[in-house]
Ligand binder design. Sequence first.
Ligand SMILES: Nc1ncnc2c1ncn2[C@@H]1O[C@H](COP(=O)(O)OP(=O)(O)OP(=O)(O)O)[C@@H](O)[C@H]1O
Ligand SMILES: [Mg+2]
Length: 379
Amino acid sequence: MANPFYLQVIPDDRPLCDRSIEIRELTSFAESGANVVLYSPRRYGKTSLVRRIQRDLAARGAVTVFVDFFGVSSVDEVAARLANGVFAFTHGREPLWKKALTTIRSFRPVLKPDPESGFSLSVETAAAERRGIRLLEETLESFGRFIEQIESPVHVALDEFQEIVSLDQALQIESAFRTRIQNHRASYFFIGSRRRILLGMFNDRQRPFFQSAIAYPLPRLPEDELAAFVRTQFTDAGRECSLDAAIELVAAGASHPYYTEKLAFLAYELAEKIDTETIAAAYDRLLGTERPVFEATVLGLPPGQRRLLQALAREPTEHLLASSYVAAHNLGSIGGVQHASRRLEELDLIERADPDGAWSVVDPLFAAWLNRQRERRVE
Ligand SMILES: Nc1ncnc2c1ncn2[C@@H]1O[C@H](COP(=O)(O)OP(=O)(O)OP(=O)(O)O)[C@@H](O)[C@H]1O
Ligand SMILES: [Mg+2]
């Protein structure tokens, strides 16, 4: 039997653990045409959740457009991905497809046979001379005309939306989006894991998106739900897993959606029976598979930030700037710590649970790995 655990976006036909409250609330926002900023640390299940919500909205007659801005490198590409999202949904759905073709004129869809999915869809600009912000504005305006011409509710998911901030004309892109979409009869979800950057777009008075969407943080999964889910997945796939073993596995994965699934995925490969030894062996493998990413992250940081990260992995603190903490972890000057913490927070490597809460490393496995490294150095 195939391994029942997933390391990518969860396919539409596979079960999700829980998220029933989130699905209900977010669906209700979508149906009332509200805009939402959906954010969490990496790999909490944002994309899987939104895909699921869109699948159900589409089954009830909505037009759902999904656009992923990950790695986007120019304004033209932002526009192209948006157009692609519209064509990808409408393809094969007459009369929507024809409406999309007649209204969205800045791009042409290009369909090519694909051995895996049947066909692949890309877009090319219709008028080669049109580029940049103007192309994006035109695409957004034409999408607006498309919406006006149809009766179905419309939901648009813009995944990894904060990526547009890294582009040269970031503010103009934000402005182009904001001014156009505020007239669209549609619900927009802005999704991302670079929380400081994403929320900065919506919380800063000077920015076009200021206070234009409902902020919706996605939490980790509840431990008991996750344990029950993991256990069912194991037993349905013919593995023996007691509730205690499932609870132990979830604790080892820190209730983190992705790490827990990956731990379960590795445990499934290792043994017929899931027990303490299997979990420990799977955990070592998990650390091994994540090591290259952790190493690269640490190597990319200047020494001051590296030291602060190591300190917080070892000892989370409410008083980052207390002289005793700075001295105990050899962090140098208070000014240096302030600068390093700002930078690490921007990178989403450290966070403060709430405004007065403790500072800690965002990724629990990364923290565990940093501590193992330190223990090795000390030995
Ligand atoms: N509800 C869930 N039930 C079970 N597993 C989940 C759930 N949500 C997320 N996961 C696990 O987390 C992994 C990541 O999910 P997904 O890609 O949707 O997260 P994401 O927040 O969009 O990640 P990223 O920040 O990398 O974009 C999935 O492959 C799965 O292993
Ligand atoms: Mg995602």
